[in-house]
Design a protein around this ligand. Structure first.
Ligand code: UTP
Length: 470
């Protein structure tokens, strides 16, 4: 079927009109975009997700997911954790692990003009998120005398800016051949009447297809083949907006391996029943994450002995087996469920005028990485200390903001300095009364902090001072 018939059949004739009004390079650009979209599929999704609001079915047998606790429950488990940690270190040392950062999002809530990874995040030196991860990876490689390849997912909207940023900063000292960018898929934004929006007269309003797009994008880009060629078995997956995450977690990698897990997750104990974290649940013997917005109050609030039943929240930190991705994407397809997000999408109207809406006007369809969990034959969950791994930078100020992230980075580094024997002046509420920043290039974990200050003795920071170390 040709373009004209396809667009007519799928009720998107305004795009055909836009195409017919163009010539030369503009015409070719829009034509190429139109050809990349699966219009029959889009029509189905419009019926299912745009013209009606899908209701998430909550399975009747939903139960809380089991997890490995932060503190081992007995001596036997403590021994198992030690074994798993050693196994993790062995995997890292032997080059069997890679890091994967999803950085294709639009970061609309942060309101920052540029890829989120280029946002200055550290409290003293204002290092960017990408620099922070790069230095941290460099330190892990040095510590374990290994190479960890870093895969970074971008979207068409920020791919060039991201690559240029790395090039302009000499890859922050990492070997360029160990950094691999790949671009995720996209979906057109759709208005509430079911029409695909145009962002310019020669362009459809395209939005990245969600972090669930990672798996297929890894295959389509050739990165999955590259991982296999490099001998990578396991991927440490994390989000670009969380600089507190350990870029490599030996205990988690070791447990993943010893338990023959295909996809593993970090869990945090939720601070309250309605904290905005996905809930780890089990249904039909499979692990599944139910979004906080879909969780019925009655289940979210249920307690046993004063503790939330569904205590396990997801900070979006995973270990994923390369073989699992290979299996899931075999045949070049992966049908993860779609999720509807109502967004303000700037577009041009039928008169060619730019419209910047004040209220949501369109639906963005996204897949989520955690929807791969029920497809795994084996999964494990490991509890972690939120203070050591989760400081999301979603907003400019307030909850989950750049501000709160900086405070958490400072608090973690202050704790590490205390472990190294340096007194930290504290306020009445216990928070540091100074700003400190340890270089991730020198300090990856507590052990590093102790060793660093042993060879670089430092005085206790002054109250209200601001100091970077390393
Ligand atoms: P968020 O869900 O916070 O979305 O992404 P976002 O696009 O960054 O921010 P908002 O909602 O517009 O404010 C969580 C992580 O998943 C990545 C993001 O880059 C971030 O690391 N992500 C999200 C992608 O890589 N691709 C996507 O399509 C969506």
């Amino acid at each position: 079927m040709n373009i004209e018939e396809t667009l007519k059949k799928n009720n998107q004739t305004h795009i055909l009109d836009a195409l017919n009004a163009l010539s030369g390079a503009e015409h070719e650009k829009l034509k190429a975009q139109i050809e990349q979209v699966d219009w029959d599929e889009i029509s189905k999704l419009i019926q299912e997700y745009v013209l009606r609001k899908p209701v998430t079915e909550i399975p009747a047998d939903l139960s809380p997911a089991p997890y490995f606790p932060l503190e081992p429950k007995d001596a036997e488990q403590a021994e198992f954790y030690r074994k798993a940690f050693d196994r993790g270190v062995e995997l890292i040392r032997s080059g069997k692990t890679a890091a994967l950062t999803v950085a294709g999002g639009q970061g609309t809530r942060l309101g920052f003009d540029g890829p989120k990874g280029t946002y200055p995040i550290t409290p003293v030196l204002h290092k960017t998120l990408f620099q922070y991860f790069a230095e941290s990876l460099a330190r892990v490689c040095e510590k374990y005398n290994t190479t960890i390849h870093w895969f970074i997912m971008t979207s068409e909207l920020n791919d060039k800016a991201t690559r240029d940023f790395f090039a302009a900063h000499n890859c922050f000292g990492l070997k360029p051949e160990t950094i691999h960018f790949f671009t995720q898929g996209f979906m057109p934004a759709i208005d509430y009447s079911g029409k695909v929006l145009m962002s310019a007269k020669d362009s459809i309003a395209l939005t990245p297809d969600g972090h669930g797009g990672t798996l297929l994008a890894l295959r389509k880009s050739g990165c999955l083949d590259l991982m296999k060629k490099l001998g990578v078995k396991y991927i440490s997956y994390f989000q670009v907006d969380n600089p507190l995450v350990p870029v490599s977690n030996p205990l988690m990698l070791g447990l993943h391996d010893l338990e023959h897990s295909e996809m593993s997750s970090i869990m945090l104990s939720k601070t309250n029943a309605h904290e905005k974290l996905g809930n780890f649940c089990v249904t039909g013997g499979r692990l599944q994450i139910i979004e906080y917005s879909d969780m019925p109050d009655e289940l979210a609030e249920r307690t046993t002995n004063g503790k939330l039943d569904f205590i396990a929240g997801s900070p979006a930190i995973h270990v994923i087996s390369v073989d699992f991705i290979e299996r899931l994407t075999n045949g070049g397809r992966l049908d993860l469920p779609w999720h509807r997000a109502d967004k303000k999408v700037a577009h041009i109207n039928e008169r060619g005028e730019t419209v910047k809406p004040d209220a949501p006007n369109a639906v963005k369809l996204e897949c989520f990485i955690f929807d791969a969990l029920p497809l795994a034959t084996r999964t494990i969950i490991l509890e972690a200390d939120r203070k050591e791994c989760f400081a999301p930078t979603k907003n400019a100020t307030g909850v989950d903001s750049a501000e709160s992230c900086r405070e958490m980075l400072c608090a973690r580094d202050a704790r590490r300095m205390e472990l190294a024997g340096i007194t930290i002046p504290r306020k009445a509420d216990g928070s540091p009364d100074c700003i400190v920043e340890l270089s991730p290039r020198k300090v990856f974990d507590d052990e590093d902090a102790i060793a660093f200050f042993k060879s670089n003795p430092a005085k206790s920071p002054e109250r209200r001072s601001s100091t970077a170390y390393g």
